[in-house]
Write a new protein. Structure first.
Ligand code: SAM
Length: 390
């Protein structure tokens, strides 16, 4: 049994007849969440009238947990059709409303209410639409490096490829255009990002990319079907990266390769004002850790791939800098980081205004370094891949 605290909580508030589920429910089997399920069942058995099931603060749920929860809710509605169950979801966590609405459609006493104003710590930051411009510029800057590196990691034309956690789909679009795969599936669980990706593909008249909705930690994709599986900047935002890596391994063909990119944020650098920049990015790493994300993962890639069973592991690192193309592009990325990290995440963590002022200063100094005619600003990234043994 794990001694780690569970990454989710389930609590019943009798005053409001409300079950509150929060955090990340990603069990490997329903047995892992027995206590939570028992509490849901008992609360539903005990209370009449309306019982609220509040999932506003549930940032993740995998299919194992959802299926177990859905069974209990559906069975309880069948047994006591006069008692109403209202599921409260949030529009901020894009997947939750549609998932629970499908369930509610099957039972007349179940309904869904959507709350708009809530905002949660953690992954919702990187799924928010405000992140779209950053992702686009980031991919534009990293592509210069990755286009050169990818063939070394086994990418060539004519392969069957999956890009898991594809975000707004720009990397998939670049791969489609330059590497002409036989098939390309791009999967993400952000409905808004996928809509955006499809719109961009249509605008650019790019055909053939299969943008697919799905949970990367439990994909509905068959085993052993892709020659090349990519997962960029995403393992580092999972609280259980090994679970995601297992899925990447599963869908990869024996002899095929899985390619991952991750950062080490505390090693972002710049001159002048090196000290202030260094302090801020060390704080960035701590801030993400607070929200259960490891943006220091880059150099751990070799270890992660080896533990997941890959062989022939290759690791590269590269530095995106202000000298790659237009320095303003890099400055835009840094400003967007400042907005999300200092303007939203630090505020959610409850940081003091003094801390936030100093935290912001490091980003401003990084922008200054990026735009200064003699300045230098960098952002290090690790690109690694491993082969699934034959
Ligand atoms: C930091 S973004 C990276 C996006 C893209 N790969 C890139 O490099 O620009 C992380 C992405 O992972 C997606 N994601 C997070 N958890 C997921 C899950 N359980 N299943 C599928 N996608 C997920 C998010 O929606 C987001 O698009």
């Amino acid at each position: 049994m794990s001694l780690l605290p569970l990454p989710f909580t389930v609590h019943f508030d009798p005053t409001n007849q409300e079950l509150l589920l929060s955090g990340k429910m990603r069990p490997e089997s329903a047995a892992e969440i027995t206590d939570a399920l028992k509490l849901v069942q008992q609360s539903l058995e005990k209370y009449s009238g309306v019982v609220y099931v509040n999932v506003k603060r549930l940032t993740h749920i995998n299919m194992t947990a959802f299926a177990a929860l859905a069974d209990i809710l559906a069975a309880s509605s069948r047994i006591r059709p006069e008692r109403k169950i209202v599921i409260i979801t949030s529009s901020v966590v894009a997947w939750s409303t549609s998932l629970f609405q499908t369930l509610a459609a099957s039972q007349p006493s179940l309904s869904v209410e959507v709350y708009d104003s809530a905002f949660y710590p953690g992954q919702s930051f990187v799924e928010d639409e405000t992140f779209i411009p950053i992702l686009r510029t980031q991919t534009k800057m990293t592509w210069r490096h990755e286009r050169e590196l990818l063939p070394r990691h086994g990418l060539r034309s004519g392969l069957v490829i999956a890009d898991i956690c594809c975000g707004i789909g720009d990397f998939a679009a670049l791969v489609q255009r330059e590497f002409k795969p036989a098939r390309l599936v791009a999967l993400d669980h952000s409905v808004r990002s996928l809509e955006y990706a499809r719109r961009v593909a249509a605008d650019f008249d790019l055909q053939g990319i299969e943008y697919t909705y799905g949970d990367a930690s439990q994909m509905l994709l068959r085993d052993n079907q892709f020659d090349f599986v990519t997962c960029r900047h995403s393992l580092q935002i999972f609280n259980r990266p090994e679970m995601l890596l297992r899925e990447l391994y599963r869908i990869c063909k024996p002899g095929g390769r899985v390619y991952i990119t991750n950062e080490k944020n505390s090693h972002c650098l710049g001159e002048p004002h090196a000290e202030s920049i260094k302090w801020t990015y060390e704080e960035v790493a701590k801030l993400f850790k607070h929200f259960d994300m490891d943006v220091e993962m880059g150099p751990k890639s070799r270890h992660l791939l080896a533990d997941a069973g890959f062989d022939n592991i290759k690791v590269d690192s590269f530095m995106v800098t202000n000298l790659d193309g237009d320095p303003q592009d890099f400055a835009d990325i840094i400003e967007a980081w400042e907005n999300v990290y200092a303007g939203e995440m630090a505020v959610r963590r409850g940081d003091s205004s003094d801390f936030i002022r100093r935290f912001r200063q490091g980003f401003k100094d990084h922008v200054f370094a990026a735009l200064h005619p003699k300045g230098y600003a960098g952002w290090p990234i690790w690109a690694a891949s491993g082969r699934k043994p034959l």
